[in-house]
Design a protein. Structure first.
Length: 258
């Protein structure tokens, strides 16, 4: 498994600075946050080429392009095509995408059908371009649970669409360990997050989710892609980054050694 940094963790800093931080702190790659100031609102090929050069100059790779595209957008195909151009320019074949539509428990039938139909078409389009669409597993989106994600993947049945994994801390959330087991080979990227008993974000080592168990279960399903730090908690972000990075690295090293 590889260690990644989502640049949204330093959303208040220029992307060039975040790239340097990722290299200095020993990460293998970065997921580019798809919003300003890290990505301009309109497609800019020169900017993207510049970013790629900076990343490669630091011996990093782009693990994913963290877009905000979803199938319910007006002119959704146009937005997906632009996300593809950005990813291609950055040198990655993984684009994070969203389902939207509200939670899986409250989504309307019509909205669900639209999401399914459009993702079926988009998955074929992506596969033709050797692109992988990674579904964001997030509250207030249809893809907020094991069952809803598997239902969508079963409908689409195209390898080009997979899912991210991240634990959720709402009261009715799925068990995170069961989630890894059941989503299995569909998992294409991991956002490592944790929270305390009150649901407040905290250091990855200190929350209610046991990441030693998570990393072991990921290894058990044959996962060898990225585990990424997305958000940092504490007054000193660089100190928090070092803490979370070293903890995850120690888990990966221990499990892979065994």
């Amino acid at each position: 498994m590889k260690l990644g940094l989502c640049t949204i963790a330093f959303r208040d800093r220029p992307l060039e600075e975040v790239i340097s931080i990722a290299a200095d702190y020993g990460f293998d790659g970065i997921e580019i946050w798809g919003q300003e100031p890290h990505m301009p609102e309109t497609y800019d090929s020169e900017y993207i080429a510049h970013v790629r050069k900076l990343i490669e100059g630091k011996d990093l790779e782009v693990s994913a392009y963290g877009s905000y595209v979803n199938p319910l957008l007006d002119r959704h195909q146009q937005h997906f095509e632009e996300a593809y151009k950005i990813a291609e320019g950055l040198g990655t074949n993984l684009v994070r995408v969203w389902s939207k539509g509200g939670s899986s428990k409250t989504i309307t039938t019509d909205t669900k059908q639209t999401i399914f139909f459009r993702f079926a078409s988009l998955a074929h389009w992506a596969q033709f371009r050797d692109l992988t669409l990674g579904l964001e597993m997030h509250n207030n989106n249809f893809t907020d649970s094991i069952d809803s994600i598997l239902e969508l993947l079963e409908y689409v049945r195209v390898p080009a669409i997979k899912t991210y994994f991240q634990p959720s801390f709402r009261s009715d959330a799925d068990d995170p360990y069961e989630t890894v087991e059941k989503l299995g080979s569909h998992i294409v990227n991991v956002h490592a997050q944790n929270a305390n008993a009150d649901g407040q974000g905290c250091a990855i080592a200190d929350g209610v989710v046991d990441y030693e168990k998570i990393v072991q279960k990921l290894a058990d399903i044959g996962y060898n892609n990225y585990i990424e730090i997305e958000f940092l908690h504490g007054d000193d972000k660089l100190e928090a980054l070092q803490r979370d990075r070293d903890y995850l690295a120690s888990l990966i090293d221990t499990i892979e050694a065994s």
